[in-house]
Design a protein around this ligand. Structure first.
Ligand code: PMP
Length: 304
């Protein structure tokens, strides 16, 4: 990823991609304390637009607040910088990665005395779980790794260190030939994927785990709202893994994963074993909104 043309926004200015580096004694590299976002920009008929930019930046600042990181820029500055990065890299669509981290000013667990640095990179990125997965649905496996307990780390924060858990789970599942992992919460209820929120459909209603242990996904909130507009009732509740086995449909949501159908959990086929009608309807509505084909929710698109 480091050897390519383009520009990365680093601490307030655009620097050539290959020169956007940091010292090996970067605090966050050693102790994992950083907060970040994953944001997508789509090519709409009226130009490239970043989807729900404001909400992503707000979550970035909430993540920083949780970990008492002092952000050296305002939300407005980082929103403008993200647009600038898309323009500078001449991207019509792509994935944006803002990251705030502690620099190399000091070592030792306490970050006090280390500076908060901010970078924003952007690059083209297709379907996260594969084009085929978007159409046919993916196969997932319950992880032997549990999603974080709420008093072990702060699960509302999209924080770098939290992703060791996701990496363990995703590695285990993909090494065994599955597309993604399903993590259970510490009490054994279905929680989320390594980088996605979970939904199931049963008898025409949509269910998703409550937010206790999972990330407050922006795609999750988007899909819940779109489902409501389609007249589909959405219920947030604890979900057991056997409820997922017996669901009519299941899907993951995420900025990277968008709306990805799940066709199998733990080698049990879910419903008909392919993308179901409600998943398809929500997937279509989601893409209509992000690509600006729907007049509704134009306010979710930040044109660059
Ligand atoms: N859960 C986890 C653990 C994630 O990493 C992500 C991706 N940010 C999500 C859920 C989905 O969140 P969003 O829809 O905001 O991308």
């Amino acid at each position: 990823m480091s050897d390519r043309d383009g520009f990365i926004w680093q601490d307030g200015k655009l620097v050539p991609w290959r020169e956007a580096t940091t010292h090996v004694l970067t605090h966050s590299l050693h102790y994992g304390m950083g907060v970040f976002e994953g944001v997508r920009a789509y090519k709409t008929e009226s130009g490239t637009a970043i989807f729900r930019l404001k909400e992503h930046t707000e979550r970035l600042f909430r993540s920083a607040h949780i970990f008492q990181m002092q952000m050296p820029y305002s939300q407005e500055e980082l929103n403008e910088a993200q647009k600038e990065v898309i323009r500078a890299n001449k991207l019509e669509s792509g994935y944006l990665r803002p990251l705030a981290f502690y620099g190399s000013e000091k070592m030792g667990v306490s970050p006090k005395g280390a500076k908060v640095h901010v970078i924003i990179a952007a690059w083209p990125w297709g379907a996260y779980l594969g084009e085929e997965g978007m159409q046919r649905g993916i196969r997932i496996k319950t992880s032997s790794y549990t999603r974080h307990h709420v008093n072990i780390t702060m699960v509302r924060a999209k924080a770098s260190g939290n992703y060791m858990n996701s990496i363990l789970a995703n590695n285990e599942a993909t090494t065994d030939g599955y597309d993604e992992a399903l993590l259970l919460d510490p009490e054994g209820y279905a929680c989320e994927g390594a980088g996605e929120n979970l939904f199931i459909v049963k008898k025409g209603k949509l269910y998703t785990p409550d937010l206790t242990a999972c990330l407050e996904g922006i795609t999750r909130a988007t899909v819940m709202q779109l489902a409501g507009e389609l007249g589909i009732e959405v219920i947030e509740k604890r979900i057991t893994r056997d409820e997922v086995y017996c669901a009519d449909e299941a899907f993951f949501t995420g900025t990277a994963a968008e709306v990805t159908p799940i066709r199998e959990l733990d080698n049990r086929q879910i419903g008909p074993g392919h993308r179901g009608p409600i998943t398809k309807a929500l997937q279509e509505k989601y893409f209509d909104v992000v690509y600006g084909r729907s007049a509704a929710h134009a306010d979710w698109l930040a044109h660059v």
